[in-house]
Each structure stands twice: as C-alpha cells, then as structure tokens.
Ligand binder design. Sequence first.
Ligand SMILES: [Zn+2]
Ligand SMILES: [Zn+2]
Ligand SMILES: [Zn+2]
Length: 416
Amino acid sequence: MAASMAELFCFCADPAGAARATVEVRFISSLKGKGLFATRNIHKGETIFLEKPVVSSQFLWNALYRYKACDHCLRALETAEENAQRLLGKSCRVLPHPEQCSIRKDLHQHCPHCQVAYCSAECRHSAFEQYHQVLCLGPSREDPKHPLNKLQDTWRNIHYPPETSSIMLLARMVATVKQAKDKDWWIKLFSQFCSKTANEEEEIIHKLLGDKFKGQLELLRQLFTEALYEERLSRWFTPEGFQSLFALVGTNGQGIGTSSLSQWVHACDALELPPHEREQLDAFIDQLYKDIEKETGEFLNCEGSGLYVLQSCCNHSCIPNAETSFPDNNFLLHLIALEEIKLGEEICISYLDCCQRERSRHSRHKILREHYLFTCSCPKCLAQADDANLTSEEEEELEGEGETDDAELEDEMTDV
Ligand SMILES: [Zn+2]
Ligand SMILES: [Zn+2]
Ligand SMILES: [Zn+2]
C-alpha cells in the first residue's frame, strides 16, 4: 500500500525508472515497523529518490519574523542580497555575482483573496486545488477574532522557537480532506503514517508542548474544532483522536529548510574563477556568515516541516547509509546515498547530528529514547552493547554540559 501511494509524490532521479525501481517499503517486525530497502545496487553519492510532502507548512514564528517563503513549497522569496541584508539588520551590503541568485520575482504570485505569496503560478494552483479554498482567510487575514487566526496565535504562544512543528500542518491535513472528492483515499494515506500507543503519544506531546501539555492540547483542540470541524473526520476532533493526530505530526514531521543565500553560496562555490578572485570571493562569504551569526545567531533559513510518505518509512541508524537534503530551495526532499548500498540492504538515515553520533551508545540511546521513543539496535549499537556500562558513568557527568536540546536536533533536520 505504502509504495503505491508513494509513487504519486515520488520521482526517481533517474527519469528512466520510477522510485519503486530503487526502493521498496517492507514490514520488518511489529517492534521496528516498516523500513525502506534497496531493490538494486545504489552508488555512493547517488540520489536515491526525490519526494514531495503530502502536506507541509512553514513554522509560524519563522513566518512572523519575515522569513519570506512560498506558502506552498517553502521556496525562499527574497533575493540572496535581500536575505543577507535582513539577516545582517542593515541594507548596505551588496553581494557580488548577483546573477548567481536563483530567485525569480517575476514569477511570484499572490492569492487574489488573502494575498499570501507563492513562488509560481503552479504553487498557487496546487495549494488552491488541495487545501487553500478551505484555509483562505480572504479579507479576514488581519482579523484576530477569525478562528484560524486565534488558533495560530495560541499555537505561537505555546510553541516558541526553536520550532519543531506547526499547527497549520494539521490544519492542512483537515483542509485537504475537506476539499477532496475522494476523501477516503486521503484518510487512508494519512493513516499510513507511523502511529504510537496512547502512552507514547503523551510522551511525544509532552516533549512538544512542555509540562502543561494536557491543558494546552485541550485548548488547541477546541480552537481547532471551531476553525475546521469536518463530519467525515469527527474522530480527529475527539480528545483521543486529536492527541493521535498531534503525535503523528510530532513523530513523522520532517524539518524543511530553504535559503536564497545558501543557494547563492552554492552557485558561487561552483563558479570557475581565477585563483585571486576565488580567494576574494571565499573571504567575502566567510566574513558575511560571521557577521550574520553575530546579528542573527543560528536562525538563517526559512523553516517548516512536512509529511513524506516514503521518507517517513526510513529508519534510524547511528551509521546511516543515506541522508536527506533540500538542495532545490523548496520542499522537494532528496535522499542521497552516503555509501555503496547493495540490493536488499535497508536504507537508513540518522535522526542524530554528527556530534551526537560520535557520543557513546548510552548517550545516543538517551537522546533517541527521549525524542523518538525507541532503542537503537543498529550495527554500531550492537557492536558497542558490551561497553555500555563502562562508559555510562563518565557520560552521566558529561550530560550536564553536552546536553542535547531541541535546537540542535532541529538544526540538523533543516540543514540546507
Ligand atoms: Zn512554491
Ligand atoms: Zn487566499
Ligand atoms: Zn545505533
């Protein structure tokens, strides 16, 4: 089932074949659930597949802080120079090689009713066809009493940066079903995403919303119902159903990051230049990033999250053979092979960043349990199974300083 649904959102990098020719989803065990397996040999560096999310949404604080992105595909809408100037907090810096900026303002469009921005006519059309008819605020865009605005406001007040999720991802799921002719098809599609037990759901939501999560979840449910109730989805609006929906997004949501500036830097890196000019350009870019870091800290990208059918089947390993990235400056996910992968081998990504992967098995397990509720049994963890107790004490001491927070996890998720 997963594979056939996935085909609709998935494109093989090799136009001669379909994604299905590269990978397949297999059921592993009731403990591990599903996994993604290679159906042919894959070379190191190869793009295993490209995938569009079934729904995605920019984070709400990120949008409020004027990280301008396409409301549908999250493509950054500022030119690289505007992006740099905003992040620097001043408008005097001019970027060399402006022709390397990929932003095409002449293609940008707005919804004629509510004025949200899109990178292209295609995105405006896709959004309108899938969910925007239900979610368009029309002239009420600035009205704080509109139920959808109340919902977003409440969400922002509960979930401060660094952001890991958005209530609008749930809203887009409901709106998609509301607008769909074949509602069952979509309900079935959403039901494929990994689900958890009630206890695990609570743990995930606790992590997302903090200690007062029960009251806040109930508040959100009431606002969500007021804004979006749909008879066919009545279960999603019950306390249990809303909790499950929330946990689904918490467990399966993949971070997305886009940036005009980083696209410009990649294009500049690829330029063939005389050595002297190359040195100058590299020095300019280094200085630019240093200045931005001083002014803005780590928040460089337009950020959001999305639900990906195939990618969400990809299990974790502390020695991953693949990684996700967003090199097109939009929500199109690329899964890239980090190693040679043989036919029949499981394809795994890492939910930990590279620093976390270097830590002991004990520490890795602690992070994975807290954030993702599972115990890793990858080859590295199995090989280190015996030294767990030897290192755990020193590790406990280190934990105070080296503690992982959501910010670090989030950064890794949205690297572009
Ligand atoms: Zn777009
Ligand atoms: Zn609109
Ligand atoms: Zn592991």
